[in-house]
Ligand binder design. Structure first.
Ligand SMILES: NC(=O)c1ccc[n+]([C@@H]2O[C@H](COP(=O)([O-])OP(=O)(O)OC[C@H]3O[C@@H](n4cnc5c(N)ncnc54)[C@H](OP(=O)(O)O)[C@@H]3O)[C@@H](O)[C@H]2O)c1
Length: 236
């Protein structure tokens, strides 16, 4: 078994996930680069390795049972799982116009994908002395913000509720795992310029990676069951 702290980041071939992998790698960690496309994954791994990161590719489509099960074979232990892969889904997303297929696709990746990957990797996380799970959510999943006039982006009947759903499911994990040493938290990266939003975000992917990295590297007396952005806790 490797002595190095070992992490898996899903959707790590680009955007915020890539920068989370780079940031954890810079700490001297071994980082599994989870990505569904072979060419994009290999390119990311090569770039990370060229930057000195102990990175390795993990073929991983979070919507596919067989892919997720096969991915577990790349590890003999996992210390940190970052569930970062996500999609916004097609437009339109006004609730009066959205297609059920668009809603289903968002939930399939952003919620069921997280459950599928988390449950497959839990036996490997249980072998760690300091296991951490970070679910990359979004402030747009906050019902409090959505209903109090906060800045929560465009109307989106698929993406925003999928993150609210992810938050709710994560709370159930927190309750079930309360008696273990597994810390599980939700991270919002802020509004980041990535493919996800046509690069309209005002933050860099490196800035977006900061809170996920902080939660991935929590000390043993750190929080669990929180919903965080750079500035602190997000209201549910
Ligand atoms: N950007 C923002 O402003 C913002 C704000 C709040 C939260 N977030 C969250 O941050 C996370 C990362 O998003 P991002 O902005 O970095 O977007 P991004 O650049 O579009 O990256 C998304 C990543 O998820 C992967 N992915 C999508 N579906 C997948 C699947 N079925 N299996 C495996 N991987 C899959 C993508 O892989 P491919 O390259 O193969 O498509 C890509 O690597 C998401 O959870 C997103 O909801 C982003």
């Amino acid at each position: 078994m490797s002595d190095k702290t070992t992490a898996l980041v899903t959707g790590a071939n680009k955007g915020i996930g890539y920068e989370i992998a780079a940031g954890l790698g810079a700490l001297g960690w071994r980082v599994g680069v989870g990505a569904r496309d072979d060419a994009r994954r290999e390119e990311a791994v090569e770039k990370l390795q060229a930057a000195g990161v102990d990175a390795f590719g993990v073929p991983l489509d979070v919507t596919d049972d067989a892919s997720v099960t096969a991915a577990t074979a790349s590890f003999d232990r996992l210390d940190v799982l970052v569930n970062n892969a996500g999609i916004t889904g097609d437009r339109p997303q006004e609730p009066t116009q959205v297609s059920i297929d668009t809603m289903r696709a968002a939930v399939e990746v952003n919620v069921y994908g997280v459950v599928r990957v988390t449950n497959a990797f839990l036996p490997l996380l249980r072998r760690s002395a300091h296991p951490r799970i970070v679910n990359v959510s979004s402030g747009v999943g906050s019902l409090t913000r959505q209903t109090s006039g906060g800045e929560t982006g465009p109307i989106s009947a698929a993406y925003s509720p999928s993150k609210t759903f992810l938050n709710a499911v994560t709370v159930q994990y927190v309750k079930e795992l309360a008696d273990t040493n597994i810390k599980i938290n939700l991270a919002c990266p802020g509004y980041v310029a990535t493919d996800l939003n046509g690069f309209r975000g005002h933050r860099t992917p490196q800035q977006g990676a900061a809170t996920p990295i902080r939660l991935a590297t929590l000390p043993d007396d750190g929080p669990t069951g929180g919903y965080f952005e750079d500035a602190g806790s997000i209201p549910w």
